[in-house]
Design a protein around this ligand. Structure first.
Ligand code: IPE
Ligand code: IPE
Ligand code: MG
Length: 254
């Protein structure tokens, strides 16, 4: 068995997280440190997306959410934004067969109406085509911001109240969870951020209330199946207490 298969099989012997979110950071610095254009970093990063998605499938994750473009990233230089959109379109075209052959359901969250038509169209087409696939749910967070998502959800709930369909007192954690874009996904067990940064940058604010965090110093273009499996092994050493004491958990576990 090769080294990666060995690491993945170690992960599978313990509790595999159902839902992992990844803040794929460091593409620009990866390229700049090699004297390349930042877009070359984003391009190499799409190879990491493919490798990590394959590894997630092999280890049996239910959901993988990738932060690919934030609401705030629209303010980057126009050439970089345009290059990222081109890469996205390329990804959606090139990965179609892999997604369909492996039973992956492609999902997207974010202010998708802001995406250019040449991205929105292939994205909608692949989401529709893969909608009945039963394997891994691969969610791309595109033009995504956690605050933007909460504002959107709060507006939807307020509209229901205004129409008399909902009482303010009936707004619960559950109804907020249903009002955000991740409503059909399991809770986020683990967030991984690459490239050494240790912040959330507006990623899944509501959904990460009890997530574990693993920060890797590796830039996203160098973060592959090995690094992913290692991050999951690290996650598996954590004790998730959800406010209880360690003793309470051990009692419940026996
Ligand atoms: C992450 O890499 C990808 C996007 C935000 C689109 P960055 O482009 O942020 O890379 P750094 O952080 O500048 O190195
Ligand atoms: C977060 O990375 C967004 C994505 C990975 C898509 P950024 O590089 O944009 O975040 P900041 O600006 O360092 O917080
Ligand atoms: Mg960055």
């Amino acid at each position: 068995m090769d080294e990666i298969a060995e690491l993945e099989s170690q992960v599978k012997q313990r509790d595999v997280p159902k839902h992992v979110g990844i803040i794929m950071d460091g593409n620009g610095r990866w390229a700049e440190s090699r004297g390349l254009n930042r877009l070359e970093g984003h391009r190499e990063g799409s190879n990491s997306v493919r490798e990590v998605t394959r590894s997630a499938r092999r280890m049996g994750l239910k959901a993988l959410t990738l932060y690919a473009f934030s609401s705030q990233n629209w303010s980057r230089p126009p050439e970089e934004v345009a290059g990222l959109m081109e890469l996205l379109r390329e990804y959606l075209t090139k990965e179609r067969d892999e997604i369909m052959q492996n039973g992956i359901r492609l999902n997207a969250i974010g202010e998708l109406e802001k995406l250019p038509k040449y991205v929105k169209e292939p994205l909608d087409a692949l989401r529709a085509e893969s909608a009945n696939n039963q394997g891994l749910v691969l969610t791309l967070a595109l033009s995504y911001g956690g605050r933007e998502e909460l504002v959107h959800g709060v507006q939807a709930l307020a509209e229901k109240v205004a129409r008399g369909e909902l009482k303010p007192a009936d707004i619960t954690e559950e109804s907020v969870t249903k009002a955000v874009w991740t409503h059909d996904l399991p809770a986020v067990d683990l967030v991984i951020r690459t490239s050494g940064e240790q912040r959330l940058s507006n990623f899944l604010l509501w959904q990460t209330a009890y997530s574990e965090f693993v920060f890797s110093p590796i830039a996203w273009p160098d973060f592959r199946a090995r690094e992913f499996a290692e991050a999951l092994l690290h996650f598996q050493t954590r004790e998730r207490r959800f406010g209880l004491t360690g003793a309470q958990l051990r009692r419940a576990g026996t």
